[in-house]
Design a protein around this ligand. Structure first.
Ligand code: PLP
Length: 383
């Protein structure tokens, strides 16, 4: 099997597995218990919080543990929009966001009388900064723009976006789920940022938010006083410990890995372009994650191509893994204004730490075979 779907999820790294095992075995205490077993578990959670805070250069109290990116994004959007200090009901975002952000905002729009401005996205995937600046109103409560897109890898100019929001005193959330561990992230540019462990070699079902100190947020779940009354529920100690270990591990050689993946990704594109001359890359060719290659095999729908790749033992994706089971035209590519045929024929290859040059060569050979079969089938149909 050649796994080229690292944006969907990543395997657990050894550092994460080693960090979690003790808390699945002998250190099973509840971090809220005051006895020794509880204190051991609490120490693990505190230690993980300190590690993540140090990596992101924030205070430990600014980290809020959650069950993953979907919860982080929901808490960020609902929690800030509905916060008691809220003095506005206007939100700005764009239709190329992940559904973890899109759906909460659409809920606020449809059910809670919020007004939403959806920014235009250019055909290379960038949000329109002039439109952002022009759209901010006195009652704008929140701007939510992801740092890197999960389907195309396109990286938004967060520094400029932050500048526009700060100048006008508007809160900014960024979904940094795909960016962390793959490119430089700077949480000081935003008020709140969302993360998920399984996108950076940690376990699934665990994530965190980084919330600027002093910013009130309304919880979306109610129960105990955990996470400083911002997110109730007994902490997933083992996964939290593993997430912090994975974050340290992935950050240790990020820059070298970034360059290595860019070389492999470009090699893969070159091989594909040779055998599929009609293939087109989607998303800004420069301002994107170095591990991500999103392209349209014009004339071949995504589902057919995914099946052909799967038969060759290659794991790729047609876009957001969360849509698997229903291969629809990608909402991200449609938001970029690409024609429906191009959106319906898109495939995402995403590389990671364990992707080797041999695997890329293997994938290229498989694609050459698929290209030949497709050509033969077309010629047969025309005969
Ligand atoms: N945001 C982005 C950019 C993602 O890529 C994903 C997952 O694909 C999510 C949010 C949601 O993550 P999870 O399903 O782990 O909650």
């Amino acid at each position: 099997m050649i796994y080229l779907d690292y944006n969907a999820t990543t395997p657990l790294c050894d550092a994460a597995r080693d960090a979690m095992l003790p808390y699945l075995n002998r250190h099973y205490g509840n971090p809220s218990s005051i006895h020794a077993a509880g204190r051991e578990a609490r120490a693990a959670v505190d230690n993980a919080r300190d590690k993540l805070a140090a990596l992101l250069q924030v205070k430990s109290g600014e980290i809020i543990f959650t069950s993953g990116a979907t919860e982080s994004c929901n808490l960020a959007v609902f929690g800030l929009a509905r916060s008691s200090s809220s003095d506005g009901s206007h939100i700005i975002s764009n239709k190329a966001e992940h559904s973890a952000v899109l759906n909460p905002i659409e809920h606020l729009e449809k059910r809670e009388n919020f007004e939403v401005t959806w920014l235009n996205v250019s055909d290379n995937g960038m949000v329109d900064l002039d439109q952002l600046a022009d759209s901010i109103r006195p009652d704008t409560r929140l701007v939510s723009i992801m740092t890197a897109n999960n389907e195309t890898g396109v990286i938004q100019p967060m520094r400029e976006i932050s500048h526009i929001c700060r100048e006008r005193c508007v809160l900014l959330h960024s979904d940094m789920v795909q960016a962390f561990g793959k490119t430089d992230v700077d949480v000081s540019l935003v008020d709140i940022a969302s993360f998920a462990a399984h996108k950076f070699y940690g376990p699934k079902g665990t994530g965190f938010l980084c919330l600027r100190s002093g910013l009130p947020i309304q919880p979306i779940m109610f129960g105990g006083a955990h996470e400083n009354r911002r997110r109730p529920g007994t902490e997933n100690v083992a996964s939290i410990a593993a997430m912090a270990a994975a974050a340290e591990w992935v950050s240790s050689d990020r820059e070298t890995e970034q360059e290595r993946r860019a070389r492999l990704r470009d090699q893969l594109w070159k091989s594909i372009a040779d055998v599929f001359p009609d293939a087109r890359q989607n998303g800004d060719p420069v301002g994107r994650l170095t591990n991500t290659l999103n392209l349209s095999f014009t004339g071949i729908d995504s589902e057919t191509m995914l099946m052909a790749l799967d038969l060759e033992g290659i794991c790729a994706s047609s876009g957001s893994a969360c849509m698997v089971g229903s291969v629809r035209a990608s909402h991200v590519l449609l938001a970029m204004g690409l024609p429906i045929e191009r959106a319906r024929s898109a495939i995402r290859f995403s590389l990671g730490t364990w992707t080797t040059a041999e695997e890329i060569a293997g994938a290229a050979e498989a694609l050459e075979r698929i290209a030949k079969r497709t050509k033969d089938a077309r010629e047969y149909a025309l005969a």
